[in-house]
Design a protein around this ligand. Structure first.
Ligand SMILES: *Cc1c(COP(=O)(O)O)cnc(C)c1O
Length: 427
């Protein structure tokens, strides 16, 4: 439903379309199992010959309705929910890479993803080369190997706030016959739809703006349907060759444009089981209904806070792509003309210790391991989320040791600024 609707309408109306006498509001299908009339009906589902629900580890109607809404928001063709953003990124890569394969990733990404790709997946035999997203085409192309299967980056990186030149990355990936996977968590489809710029697959940590209220951890994978797996048959045997664990199905042949999500569901979700609970999907859907109202407010507030900080004598630097002084201002204007996100990073004069002292004095902004929700919150990546990284890795990832990640909420901007002011006055 609703390919022609605007995002505001999709947020409210898409996904769940009740028929006669059905609940107006998306119900929580709190059931692990689904009933059939006879054994053959169920058998056909297991053979992927029929569509239908049989076990919630694979698919659940509540989850599917919410995935359909996010798919519509992104302008994709198929989508699925996962238990977390971590699971979404893991599945997105593991769906096309196996032991012996390689992929390329921006070095400015979320710390959890950095560990997953750089350490854990390496133990599974999948290697990753991290590249600077601002490197020249030649430098990035030099990272491609014969076994490279994908390129991965974030629209706006968490927490370094690098804005990706998506179009350029899509062109590079496609020149080498591989898909571009974009983690669109910070921008959300309200601010940027990476498929319009050539990205092939989008992932989300729905834990952030999509849920928006810091209530449930979740993730999503959306496919544009644009990448032609069969045109690169040798590169992607998992999609283009028979799956022995599924009676020899060839996903790309049987499912065409929806092959990527079908495989990730039928094979990866079946075997790894990182499903989102229908209860969480229901809460996520409530969050999505106001995404189009909240995201612009986050951006408006963040712009005011960034401008305030930039003018403050105790502030050493501010990083926010909405500031004219920012390195990524013009890229942000191109890809996110309506605003980037509510997250700002900055450092205080005097360095790391002053930054930590300042954070402890904030009253409204809470110190929490979270970002991108309705309540203003703050975090020091070097002491918290990115603790495992060496100073060298931190610097490479664009995270100064004094960097404060400030996630601007949707309270009154004046109250947020007043809180900053009293804490700044005290350090
Ligand atoms: C938080 C985050 C993740 C991980 O998501 P979880 O839901 O916490 O597992 C991945 N990518 C980005 C950009 C994030 O901000």
């Amino acid at each position: 439903m609703g390919t022609n609707y605007k995002p505001e309408t999709i947020c409210i109306q898409s996904g769940w379309t009740p028929k006669k006498g059905e609940p107006r509001v998306l119900p929580i299908y709190q059931s692990t199992t689904f009933k059939y009339e006879n054994s053959d009906q169920m058998g056909r589902l297991f053979d992927l010959e029929d569509t239908g629900y049989f076990y919630t580890r694979l698919q659940n109607p509540t989850n599917d309705a919410v995935a359909a809404k996010i798919t519509a928001l992104e302008g994709g063709i198929a989508g699925m929910l996962t238990s977390s953003g971590q699971a979404a990124n893991y599945y997105a890569i593991f769906n096309i890479c196996e032991a012996g394969d390689h992929f390329i990733c921006s070095n400015s990404i979320y710390g959890g993803t950095f560990n997953l790709f750089g350490t854990t997946m390496k133990k599974q035999g999948i290697s990753c080369t991290f590249i600077n997203p601002d490197a020249s085409d030649e430098e990035i192309e030099a990272a491609f190997l014969p076994n490279t299967k994908a390129v991965f980056a974030e629209t706006i990186s968490n927490p370094s706030l690098v804005v990706l030149d998506i179009e350029r990355f899509a062109e590079i990936a496609h020149r080498h016959g591989v898909p571009l996977i974009i983690d669109n968590t910070f921008a959300t489809p309200i601010n940027c739809r990476p498929f319009e710029w050539g990205a092939d697959i989008v992932t989300h940590s729905t834990t952030k703006y999509m849920d928006g209220h810091a209530m449930s951890v979740g993730g999503a994978i959306i496919d544009s349907g644009n990448f032609d797996w069969m045109a690169h048959k040798e590169k992607f045997p998992g999609l283009t060759m028979p799956d022995e664990s599924y009676h020899g199905i060839v996903y790309a042949e049987k499912f065409g444009k929806t092959a990527f999500i079908m495989k990730a569901t039928a094979q990866l979700m079946r075997d790894l089981g990182s499903i989102q609970s229908p209860q969480n999907a229901f809460l996520l859907n409530v969050g999505l209904e106001t995404l189009h109202l909240r995201v612009p407010r986050h951006c408006e507030n963040a712009q005011k806070v960034a401008e305030y900080l930039e003018g403050h004598e105790k502030v050493a630097w501010v990083n926010y792509a909405g500031l004219k002084s920012n390195k990524y201002y013009s890229l942000a204007k191109k890809y996110m003309p309506g605003g980037t996100c509510g997250v700002i990073s900055f450092g205080l004069k005097g360095g790391r210790d002053v930054s930590v002292n300042f954070m402890d004095r904030l009253k409204l902004a809470a110190i929490v391991t979270h970002v991108a929700d309705a309540r203003t919150c703050v975090l020091h990546p070097a002491s918290h989320t990115h603790r495992q990284m060496t100073d060298e890795q931190l610097t490479e990832a664009g995270i100064a040791p004094d960097l404060i990640r400030f996630s601007v909420g949707i309270e009154h901007a004046g109250d947020i600024i007043a809180d900053l002011e009293q804490a700044l006055a005290a350090v």
